[in-house]
Design a protein around this ligand. Structure first.
Ligand SMILES: C[S@@+](CC[C@H](N)C(=O)[O-])C[C@H]1O[C@@H](n2cnc3c(N)ncnc32)[C@H](O)[C@@H]1O
Ligand code: SF4
Length: 377
C-alpha cells in the first residue's frame, strides 16, 4: 500500500446536463471531445512524471465521470495504479450509472463510489435542474450495493428554497436505508449568475435565513445520528471507518497532484492550478506544454495558517504537537491573539485524544464555522 504517498485527483469536465446551481468547470458531454480529453489526461500524467508513481488515494471527480462510455472509462482507468492505492473514489450521477459500468469499476478495483443525489424530493430535483429522478437515484445506489460496493457516498444539498426539515430528514434516512456509509451534506451556495438564481428571482424564492439554516443544521445532525453516521468534517458524516481518506489527507495539509481541466495540485510546498478553458487545455497538452494557469509558494507563516484552517474543518481537530512538527509553528503561538477570544466565546476548545493535546471547533461553532475560520486567516 502507498500510505505515505501523495493523493491524485483527476478531473472529468463533462456532464449530461448543466445543473442550475453549479459553477464547477464542466460542459456537456459528447463522445469525441471526451476521447481527446482522456488522451490529453494521459499526456499530462506522463509529462508530470507520474507514470509508475504510487498514490495513497485517488479521486476521480468532475463534472460527471460516470457520463464516460465503457471504453472511455476503461482507457482512463488503465493509466492509474488503482489497486495499490488505499482508496479510489469515482463520482457517479444516477442518470449515467448502469450495471455494466458498476461491474467494470468493481472489477478494475475502484473501492468507493460517490453519487451526486442532492435530494430524493421530486420538487427539489426539478428546482435544482438535475438530470435524474428520485427512482433513478434509489435504483443506482441499490445496483451499486448489489454489485458489491461497500463504501458508497451520496452528496446532498441542504437549504434549497422550499425544502422542509422533514424532506431533509427523509433524504438522509433514504440514503442510509439504501446502505450508504457516507453522506456529504452541503449548504446550497447560490451563485448570483446561475440559472437557479434567475429562477428564484423570477418566482420570489428566498434562501433560508439564519434561524432556518440553524434548524436545518440541527435536523441534519439528528437524522445522521439516527442513521448511525458520525459527523467528522463540517459537511461530512460517515459510519465508523468509512470517512473519505483522500479528502481527510487534504484537510490535514497532505500533498496531491491534480490532473485535468482546472485541477489543483499541492506538491513540494507549491500550489498550482490548470486552466479552466477546455480548448486551451487541449491545445497546451497537444503542444507538449503544461496547462498550468497559475501557482504560488506560500511563505511558511501563511502556509501554517492555511494548514490550521483546513485541519480545523475535521471534527477531531488539530493535534498540537503534530501541527508543530508539520508546520514549524506551535498553534498556541500562531494564534496567540485570536485563541483567547475564540476559546472564551465557546467556538474553539482544547481536549485530549489518546493523551495528546488537540484543538477543535466546538459543536456551537459548526453552524458558523466559515466565519470562525475566517477569523484565523
Ligand atoms: C463538483 S460536484 C460533482 C458531482 C456530480 N457531478 C454531481 O452533480 O453530483 C460535487 C458536489 O458539489 C455539490 N455542489 C455543487 N454545486 C453546489 C452549490 N452551488 N451549492 C452546494 N453544493 C454544490 C453537489 O452536492 C455535488 O454533488
Ligand atoms: S452539479 Fe454535477 S452534474 Fe450538475 S453541472 Fe455540476 S458537476 Fe455537472
Amino acid at each position: 500500500m502507498a500510505g505515505n504517498c501523495p493523493g491524485l485527483y483527476i478531473h472529468i469536465p463533462f456532464c449530461s446536463r448543466r445543473c442550475g446551481y453549479c459553477a464547477f468547470a464542466s460542459g456537456l458531454y459528447s463522445a469525441m471531445p471526451a476521447d481527446a480529453y482522456i488522451e490529453a489526461l494521459w499526456a499530462e500524467y506522463e509529462r508530470a512524471g507520474l507514470r509508475g508513481a504510487a498514490f495513497s488515494t485517488i479521486f476521480i471527480g468532475g463534472g460527471t465521470p460516470s457520463v464516460l462510455s465503457i471504453p472511455q472509462l476503461r482507457r482512463l482507468l488503465s493509466m492509474l495504479p488503482i489497486v495499490e492505492a488505499s482508496e479510489t473514489t469515482i463520482e457517479m450521477n444516477p442518470e449515467s450509472t448502469d450495471t455494466e459500468k458498476l461491474v467494470l469499476l468493481r472489477d478494475l478495483g475502484i473501492s468507493r463510489l460517490s453519487f451526486g443525489v442532492q435530494t430524493f424530493s421530486p420538487h427539489g430535483l426539478r428546482l435544482l435542474g438535475r438530470a435524474h429522478d428520485a427512482d433513478t437515484a434509489r435504483q443506482s445506489i441499490s445496483d451499486a450495493v448489489k454489485a458489491g460496493f461497500h463504501s458508497i457516498n451520496i452528496d446532498l444539498i441542504c437549504g434549497w428554497p422550499g425544502q422542509t426539515l422533514e424532506s431533509l430528514g427523509l433524504d438522509i434516512a433514504t440514503g442510509a436505508n439504501l446502505g450508504v456509509a457516507h453522506i456529504s451534506c452541503y449548504n446550497l451556495t447560490l451563485h448570483p449568475e446561475s440559472r437557479l438564481a434567475a429562477i428564484m428571482e423570477h418566482n420570489g424564492l428566498k434562501m433560508p435565513g439564519d434561524d432556518e439554516a440553524r434548524s436545518f443544521w440541527d435536523a441534519t445532525g439528528t437524522a445522521m445520528r439516527k442513521a448511525g453516521l458520525d459527523h467528522y468534517e463540517i459537511s461530512n458524516y460517515a459510519k465508523p471507518g468509512f470517512h473519505c481518506r483522500h479528502n481527510c489527507a487534504i484537510w490535514r495539509g497532505g500533498e496531491y497532484y491534480g490532473i485535468g481541466l482546472a485541477a489543483h495540485s499541492h506538491v513540494g510546498g507549491r500550489r498550482y492550478w490548470n486552466t479552466e478553458n477546455l480548448e486551451q487545455y487541449l491545445d497546451c497538452i497537444a503542444k507538449g506544454q503544461d496547462a498550468t494557469e497559475g501557482g504560488e509558494i506560500l511563505p511558511r507563516y501563511e502556509k501554517a495558517k492555511e494548514t490550521a484552517i483546513f485541519w480545523l474543518r475535521l471534527a477531531e481537530g488539530i493535534e498540537a504537537d503534530l501541527f508543530a512538527e508539520k508546520t514549524g509553528y506551535r498553534i498556541e503561538k500562531l494564534y496567540e491573539r485570536e485563541l483567547p477570544h475564540l476559546l472564551a466565546a465557546g467556538l474553539l476548545e482544547w481536549y485530549r485524544r489518546n493523551g495528546r493535546k488537540c484543538l477543535r471547533l466546538t459543536k456551537a461553532a459548526y453552524p458558523v464555522a466559515d466565519s470562525v475560520l475566517v477569523d484565523l486567516a
